[in-house]
Structure formats: structure tokens, C-alpha cells
Design a binder for this molecule. Sequence first.
Ligand code: GLN
Ligand code: ZN
Length: 765
Amino acid sequence: MLLNNLGYPRIGARRELKKACEQYWAGEINRDQLYDTARELSRRHWQIQADSGIDLVPCNDFSFYDHVLDMSLTLGVIPERYTPVLTNVKGNTELDLCFAMARGYQKDGFDITAMEMTKWFDTNYHYIVPEFQAEQTFQLFSQRVFEAFNGARETLGRVPKPVLIGPVSFLLLGKEKGAGFDRIDLLPRLLPVYISLLSRLADYGADWVQLDEPMLGLDLREQDKKAFVSAYQAIKRACPQIRILLTTYFEGLEENMPLALSLPVCALHLDLVRAPQQLEAALAAIPEERILSLGLIDGRNIWKNDYEQSLQLLQTALEHIGADRIMIAPSCSLLHSPVDLSLETRLPEEIKDWMAFAQQKLQELKALKDIVNGDTALLEARCQSIARRRASPLIHKEAVQQKTAAITDADARRQQAFPGRQVLQQQAFGLPLFPTTTIGSFPQTAAIRQWRQQWKKGQLSTAQYEALLQEETERTVRLQEDIGLDVLVHGEFERNDMVEYFGEQLEGFTFTQNGWVQSYGSRCVKPPVIYGDINRPGDMTVAWSRYAQSLTDKPMKGMLTGPVTILQWSFVRDDQPREATANQIALAIREEVLALETAGIRMIQIDEPAIREGLPLRRHKQDHYLQWAVKAFRIAAGGVQDSTQIHTHMCYSEFNDIIAHIAAMDADVITIETSRSQMELLEAFATFRYPNEIGPGVYDIHSPRVPSIAEMSELLQKAAALLPAKNLWVNPDCGLKTRNWPETETALRHMVAAATKAREMVPTA
Ligand code: GLN
Ligand code: ZN
């Protein structure tokens, strides 16, 4: 039974890679210094894995920015616009090209846009989308994989396992630039390069090579299935000396199982955390001599493995195929886990005992093997730990469970349908056509962040800190009045992060100090941990909203994060369905909504930017998710009077395929991101005849550019051509917290001017 690791976090336990990359970009360190950090991290990670007893230690899983981008560089898939980066600028190297593709290149007289970035399946990791042309050619370009192989072999004193994205997934992960071709048809041109890559690795002495084909877990078209067959037959024919480990993860293979088993590879990896039931299907049809890599340890969450459960799967496999044909592995690359639990000094001891980060997960792999070989003490100790967690009073709160069990359909329903509510709300607020508002946050300046640091360190008292924030809030309210916005916000200055802020005030959450996970490039996130039943001990936002409302006669919009987003951006407990946890959060938010309403806040925004991210990868699972996700939102929103206006906000979403569910959320007003796509997204709402009010963003806040009045007017015109004017709002496309004040003020003044112009143009009834 070989211990097989699929990939290790690259950022470093103290985010060394993030820091080094950012210093390099800022010109504070040179290329050699960046390479030194990278080499040191890689060596450290290889050593940790070897010390943990891992047999198949991955290499080439390191990346300065993203491993899909590296694959594009390896295969020579480099869009033409980057040619000058290497050919016209002396001193640039492949590393600069890599960063140019990832981040754009705006110097030396060039202004080259970055490549597109999108989510890696249903994780919060983002990859750089390969761009393919109809006449795309491929050639071995970057030699990094060979360097990684040699480096790892030197460190380990034995042969490592190179990791590459498989050819079919590589094509499917990319995008056609230009019409008239299907990227999967590029396979015959791509395959020779994979074959020379693998042959070169064989010459260097490689034995196992891991080819990641996560696309095998998705709904595939016939031509994609055929591509798998021809790709792996060709590889087998050309490189019989290489042992291919074909990895799948994030979903079960389902109807693609026979296809996966038919491919001529040495070993197949299955994600048995996401889809444990697929083991039986695999064992029932597995060809003789095929090895199975069992993904038993959750690579995407922070909980200790339940050895008893894993052993059941392991025993089943042992009975069918024997130890020689089994590998034990994490479910997917540990890229999605934080690095090292032992660095956490402030977690409550009891809760810390329930957790395992990447480094601890490696030990779990070894433990499973030792247990199979007779180490009963290890099993005993783990069973006790799991039993302690199950029974912990920290987790279970009778009152929360009763409340959640008592949720009825009526709780998820407003009293009247939208048209009736719209009339009441119009009477209550008397807003003009094209009312103007913002999404919630205003610039989080360095000063604000510094106050928060000082307050956390005890250098500012709570009273001093709050007084400073109040001043900032008041200034922002006055400015919004002066600009002439119709619906104001308080600015969210008291929040570090839209999920953490709520997590810190709810029971059932805890926070790590170093539990960072890479999101994209040098950007890392530190998700809160939901470990137990969620309860709201008191008001979370009421004081700030009430204070802000007391300063103005204009309506002040309350600002909350929705249940699905809180769930999606946290590490979630694995001892109950996500749906159950979502309902608990929904009830807590509902209580906050009602508290705001009681405090006189009559417009309340419940942000759900992450609702689409939770969408299951398989189509047949999507409806179930959307149903409970939408219901969670409706529970949060459903308790208020019909004259109280519920807003929601979403961004980074493609709405076309889920528009009916977005409508089913039944928010009175939805604000969405549309400015970058020139209102393209809005067509989905128009075609669907989206019934409620909608604020398509007219100001792209993801860029420092200040749009002109004319530009925003034009976007408004487009929106008004698609949707009834009486339903339209005017707003930026997301929160303003990353922008600076001068940009923000000018852009908002332009936005209000554009709204005023639009009002003049619509004939009054
Ligand atoms: N209300 C939040 C803000 O304005 C929304 C952020 C988001 O959509 N991600 O910052
Ligand atoms: Zn947003």
C-alpha cells in the first residue's frame, strides 16, 4: 500500500511565497531572491512529505502563480500579445512572461491585458484560463517541470512523481478565442507535445507521472469522452515505460466510470470523500492489475479524518484487490488545505483537537496504513477523539436545533407577492425613478485598518476606536447627501471582512491565525471555521445602522452577509449536511434583519455574492442545491413587513443558467455586476422578464478608472432598453472598499448625474 500525495500547499506555512512574490513585483527583491525562496519552500515541502512516510512525493505542484498557467507555458500556449514581453524587453525571462500573463504588463511602453481568471471547479482557488486559437500550435516551451523533477530527486534521494494537468482537462479548462472551432479538436496537435514531455521525463528517470483529469468527474460530451480514449491510448503506446496515475477529484465518476476504467493507465485515483459510493462501482469493474488510489483524507476541509469510516472503505478495497493494488491518498491536492495546525496557538484546545491541516493530513495517511498493519492504539486514540467531538457540548445547542426544526415554508415567504410589496414600498419611500445607491462599503483606508490593528492590540480603547469609526461614518453620510444619493449606507468601516465580521459575533465559529489557503496568485484567504450549532447571542449591526440613520432623513440601508455566502466562504462542519448549517445561519441573519427593522431600518441588503459558487459540478445535483440555498436566503429575508425593502447583491456571477432561482429568492431589489460586460449579463434578466427591481452596476469598481457621465448614461440606456424603467436602480457594481476617496467621490457624482439625466429623458406618466 503506497502512500500517495497529490499535491502540497505552495504558499508556505507563513505565506513566504506570497510575500516574496509581492516584494518582487514591487521591485524590492530581485529574481534570484525570489527563486531562492521558491527553492527553499519546495525543498522544505518535499522533505516534510518524505519525513511523513509518503512514497509518491509530488513535484511540479509548486507554482509562482498558478499551475494551469504553468501548464500553458510548458505547452507553449502563449497568446501572441505577450510576445513583446520576451522579445522587446531586455533582461526579461520566462518568470516575467508568466507574471505578465497572470497580471498584465503595463511598463516599458506596453499595456498588455492579463489573461482571464476563473474558479477552479467548486473551490475558491482561481486559475488562469488557457486561450486557444483555431490555428493553435503547441511546443515544449517552459522546462520547469524538468527542473522540479531534478530538484526533488536531489532533495529526496529518490525519484519523485511529476504532476501535470492531463491533456483532455487542459483543453477543456481553456477557452476558444475566435469562432469556428472546438478546442477539443486541438488534441491531435497537442498530444505529440505531451508525449515528448513524458518521454523526456522517462529519460530523466521518472517512473510514476500523475496526470490530473478532474474533468472526468463532470458531465462530458461524446467528443470529450472520445478524446480521453485516444489521448491515453496514444500515451500508452508512445511511453510504455512511464506509469501513469490518472487522478480525478471533486466529484464521483458516475457514468464516466467505465470510461475511466477503460483507459490504459497504471493507477486511477478516486475522490472517496466527495463520492465514497463510487468505490463499489470501481471495484466491480476494475481491470486486472489496475491500481486504485483511494482518496480517503479530505483535502478541502480542516477536520481530522474518521479512521473508522476510512477503514471500512479501505477494507472493502483490500478484500477485492489486495494491498499491492492500493494507494492511500488525500481526496485531492492539499493545495486547498491550510498548511500546519501546530502553528495555531490561540484555537480553543478542545476544537484544535478536531482539526488537521495539510501537514497533519500527511500523518493521517501514514496512520491509516499503520492501523491496517495492526497498530490498534492509533485507531483507539482516534476513535476517542472523534467520539469526544461528536458529544461535545460546544457543538450541540438544543435551542438552535429546535428552532431550525421548527422552520416552516411560511417562514420563507413574504406576506404578499412582489407587486403588492412594490406599491407599499413606493408609498413608504417615495423614491424617484432610477434611484441611486451604493453596494455598502466605502474606502477602507490605511488609517482605518491601522485603528483596527491598534484596537486589537489594546493601543486604542473600544470607545476611542468606535469614536473614530463614528466620525468616518458621519463624514461618509454627509458626503453621500452632498453627492445626492437617494439611499445611503453607513460604509462598513467597522468590518474587516464581510464574513469574518459576522462569524466573530456568532456562536459556533472559531478563527485560525495562520489557516491561509491560496485563492489566486499571491492572494490568500483565511476562512472562518464553523464547528458547531450557530446562534446569535445579540445584535451584530444594529448599533452602526441606527447611528447612521440618526444622522440623516434619507433611507439608510442595513447591510448583512447572507447565509449561503457565510457558509461558502468558511470551513464548514462535516458532521451534518451543509443545508442544515445554512438554515442555522439563515435563522441568525433573520433575527438580525428583524432587529434592524425594529430599530427603524426599513431597507436591508443581504449580500449573496457567493451563491453561484456553491453550485454542484454535476447538473443533476444542481437543483437540490439551488433549492436549499434559495430557501436559506428566503428564511433570512422572510420575516419582515411587506413595506420593508429587502435588497440583495451578487457579483462574479453568470446568471443565465440560474436566473429562475435568482428570481425565486424574491428580493425586492437585486444589484449585480454588469458594467464590465457592457450589460451583457442583463440580457438574461430581460429574457427571463425578471419581475422585481434591479440595479445593474454602471460603475466598474474593480478598476481605478473613473467612468464619465456619458459612459454611465450609455449603460443606463442599455439597461432601460432591456427592462422597465420603474424597476431600475443606479449603483456601482460592487462595494467600494478597495477604492480611494477621490476616485469614489468623482465616480459617484458622475453616477448621480447620469441618473438625473435618465430621469429627464423618461416621459413622466
Ligand atoms: N456589501 C459588501 C461591500 O459593499 C458586498 C461585497 C461583495 O459583494 N463581495 O463591500
Ligand atoms: Zn459584489
